[in-house]
Design a protein around this ligand. Structure first.
Ligand SMILES: [Zn+2]
Length: 103
């Protein structure tokens, strides 16, 4: 932990907390994934192939908060912002669903 002026940093925090910034945040993990085209995208092009998508994951917590959050962003815009336990549940469920599709 490192002092931030307002509270000690969690061990995952990489923020320099310049100018009184109180938001703890970890490193961003960029995930290169493949997504299905949306229904709208397939409306006039039903043969549209799967598309690449990059999602960014980052842990964050304001100094006034008691628990961390895990944000899922697309092009810098939050898509989901989950409590750490919920992020873990989502990860487990996705892994289970994906495992069920394995031949
Ligand atoms: Zn911090």
């Amino acid at each position: 932990m490192q002092p931030t002026g307002t509270s000690p940093c969690p061990n995952w925090c990489i923020s320099l907390h310049l100018d009184g910034d109180t938001l703890h945040h970890g490193e961003t993990l960029a995930l290169q994934l493949t997504r299905r085209p949306t229904q709208g995208e397939r409306r006039f092009r039903p043969d549209l192939p799967a598309m690449p998508i990059t999602l960014e994951l980052v842990t964050h917590q304001d100094a006034g908060e008691t628990t961390p959050w895990i944000a899922v962003l697309h092009e810098g815009t939050p898509v989901l912002d989950l409590a750490a336990g919920s992020a873990s549940s989502l990860g487990d469920a996705l892994q289970g669903f994906a495992a069920d599709t394995a031949i």
